[in-house]
Design a protein around this ligand. Structure first.
Ligand code: PRP
Length: 183
């Protein structure tokens, strides 16, 4: 697909690549201070969080481990149901580790609520969440998120890992998808 075709699918840029990187640097400085002397384990859920994971990990001036999970939400449709099946589990043992879940977006909060409970039960020394984007208006459950990048409106956003039907994940910024694409 040509770049001009992609532009026609988007109504507005919500966040530029520079804005995202500036925010990630800010969050990284906080993490460096909060985890001084520790070696945190960053955990991301495929696939959306891959870009945030790559940028957060590279921005951190400290040793970290990174690990990935793949999950599948039961129930059809684009909305998550909160009932989750693990397709690929973490390689790492969480016992005694300082774990930071790295997420691209919190929409309903159901995925993270499930994930937090699941990882909590594995005995980490601490467990916090970093989410680049959060949609406060879409929240169905409150999730305690220590590191939030941006609160955004309840619009259909794509880019920087976020997809519509698996497209647009590779956009460098975050943009609003034009209704003609999905309606
Ligand atoms: C997205 C995102 C979060 C989840 C947030 O993943 O990466 O994990 O949805 O939604 P929630 O707050 O309503 O639970 P998705 O299931 O779309 O999979 P993907 O990362 O592979 O795109």
């Amino acid at each position: 697909m040509e770049l001009s075709d992609v532009q026609a699918d988007l109504t507005e840029t919500l966040l530029t690549e520079d804005q995202i990187h500036e925010k990630i640097a800010e969050l990284a400085r906080r993490i460096e201070a909060d985890y001084a002397g520790e070696r945190p384990l960053l955990v991301a859920v495929l696939k959306g969080a891959v870009m945030v994971m790559a940028d957060v990990a590279r921005e951190l001036r400290m040793h970290v481990d990174i690990d990935f999970m793949a999950v599948s939400s039961y129930g059809a449709g684009t909305e998550s149901s909160g009932v989750v099946r693990i397709l690929k589990d973490l390689d790492a043992d969480l016992i005694g580790r300082h774990v930071i879940i790295v997420e691209d977006i919190i929409d309903s909060g159901l995925t993270l609520a499930w994930l937090r409970a699941n990882l909590e039960s594995r005995g980490p020394a601490s467990l916090e969440i970093l989410a680049l984007l959060r949609k406060p208006e879409a929240a169905k459950v409150e999730v305690d998120v220590k590191y939030v990048g941006f609160d955004i409106p309840n619009a259909f956003v794509v880019g920087y890992g976020l997809d519509y039907a698996e497209s647009y994940r590779n956009l460098r910024g975050v943009a609003v998808l034009a209704p003609h694409v999905y309606s």
